[in-house]
Design a protein around this ligand. Structure first.
Ligand code: 1HE
Length: 260
């Protein structure tokens, strides 16, 4: 059984789904080191019984980002190490054993947006808003936003958020690519579970290709990217599960596109 080593993270398994909850509601789920390391501990425990992970926040907000009370007296080397600790944990989320869905509401700011960006699918409810207050706090993003966020919303929008303190609301966020799904307030988890169940029903190799290989293809040059795609395509179609799924379709047993 997957268990948490800290009250700052709650975890619940529902069949083959794992629901992780950031749990410092009184501090708006500000991420202190204890919370980030507890999150890492949970992601490390994800095994092949789990087909999809959901990350949500307890209370009024998804996350207020880095716990600023811990920022105080770090020197440069400690600052580097702290940022790299975040990078390690965000990488573990991005390259987890299965896809990860973020269910967002309220503030998704700073490090909270970095956690959301490391996930594969983002569902936002109507209360969600996005910001990078690092610009106004006199610091810089340190949890991977400069690598992941421009891939979602573009470099110009991220630069604007940090230079001017621009806040995007839920609708704007969905339009510019922060979240792929926008739902009514309070409906995020239900939608997240619906999507997670669809993800969990895919062939494991397809999910692996999407979460582990596609990012490498995107970061490659064209020749390498196309070769990686061909290798992945050949491997995927050779798997027994793929052959069975194709047979099911050809013999009329599989759903058509758009059927639930
Ligand atoms: C915090 C934090 C925090 C709240 N660190 N304690 N992130 C920020 O700059 C965002 C700062 N937070 C806010 O702007 C607001 O708190 C919110 C818009 C997110 C929520 O507002 P609200 O009215 O619901 O809550 P609140 O009354 O402001 O906060 C409740 C408590 O949480 C209060 O503490 P209390 O002891 O007075 O009750 C706040 O001080 C505390 N709190 N946010 C510490 N962030 C890997 S590098 C990433 C770099 C960053 O993430 S920088 C961005 C930091």
């Amino acid at each position: 059984m997957i268990t948490s080593n800290s009250h700052t993270i709650l975890v619940e398994q529902q069949d083959n789904l794992l629901i992780i909850t950031l749990n410092r509601p009184e501090k708006r789920n500000a991420c202190n080191d204890e919370l980030i390391l507890a999150l890492e501990n949970i992601v490390d425990q994800v095994n092949s019984d789990i087909k999809c992970v959901i990350i949500q926040g307890n209370g009024k907000h998804f996350s207020a980002g880095l716990d600023l009370s811990e920022l105080k007296e770090r020197d440069i080397v400690q600052g580097l190490q702290h940022s790299q600790m975040w990078h390690r944990v965000m990488n573990k989320i991005q390259f987890a054993a299965c896809p990860v869905v973020a269910v967002l509401h309220g503030a998704v700011v700073g490090g909270g947006l970095e956690i959301a960006s490391a996930c594969h699918i983002r569902v936002a409810d109507a209360s969600t808003f996005y910001a990078l207050p690092e610009g106004q706090r006199g610091i810089f993003v340190g949890g991977g936003a400069s690598v992941r966020l421009p891939k979602l919303i573009g470099i110009a929008r991220m630069t604007d958020m940090m230079l001017t303190g621009r806040v995007f609301n839920a609708e704007e966020g969905e339009r510019i690519g922060m979240a792929q799904y926008l739902v009514e307030e309070g409906q995020g988890l239900e939608k997240g579970i619906e999507l997670a169940n669809k993800i969990a029903s895919n062939a494991g190799l397809t999910n692996y290709a999407l979460t582990h290989v596609l990012p490498k293809i995107v970061d490659s040059n064209q020749q390498e990217g196309l070769m990686l795609e061909s290798l992945m395509a050949a491997m995927a179609q050779d798997a027994p599960e793929a052959k069975q799924r194709l047979k099911d379709f050809l013999e009329g047993r599989a759903k058509k596109v758009g059927e639930n």
